[in-house]
Design a protein around this ligand. Structure first.
Ligand code: 5GP
Length: 140
């Protein structure tokens, strides 16, 4: 187990200092220590879950509400008008800290913020109906 495993639990508990911007029963939010842009904020459940789909629905609902509210606050405080919300799950997807977290990353006219490279390809129309059905059947 690495120090990173419980880092965000310790930040939420106040054992490790952070610049707190929001807190409620389930949620804690604070400034990222290595921001991509000014106002880059992390929103986390106080309790540790590794990936988003593992978060209980009541906590997920609280997180969703908080992300939307905090995004508005970040815009108000920074003057940014555009932003990205990023949420990485699993090391191959870029998750460094194994505790669910949403990044709120303001995008500024000077280009600072989340780099936008999105190598999209056309949907496979042969596979799409079956794939959509397979996903739909598994929504719990
Ligand atoms: P990930 O790559 O897991 O999606 O993002 C982890 C984020 O946590 C990074 O943006 C990193 O800068 C931030 N971070 C890592 N350690 C600390 C810390 O001790 N304090 C704060 N405030 N942010 C941290």
């Amino acid at each position: 187990m690495s120090d990173l495993d419980h880092l965000f639990e310790r930040i939420a508990a106040g054992e490790i200092p952070s610049h707190r911007v929001y807190e409620d029963e389930h949620v804690f939010a604070f400034l990222d220590i290595n921001p991509l842009s000014r106002g880059h904020t992390l929103v986390i459940p106080k309790k540790r879950y590794l990936k988003l789909h593992e978060v209980p629905q009541d906590v997920a609902a609280a997180l969703g509400r908080a992300v939307a509210r905090i995004a508005g606050a970040v815009l108000g405080a920074t003057g940014a008008t555009a932003y990205n919300v990023l949420q990485n799950n699993g090391a191959p997807a870029g998750q460094a800290v194994p505790h669910v977290h949403f990044h709120i990353i303001p995008k500024y006219a000077d280009g600072t913020g989340l780099p936008h490279h999105w190598p999209a390809r056309p949907l496979d129309k042969t596979e799409a109906p079956g794939l959509a059905q397979a996903i739909a059947q598994r929504v719990v």
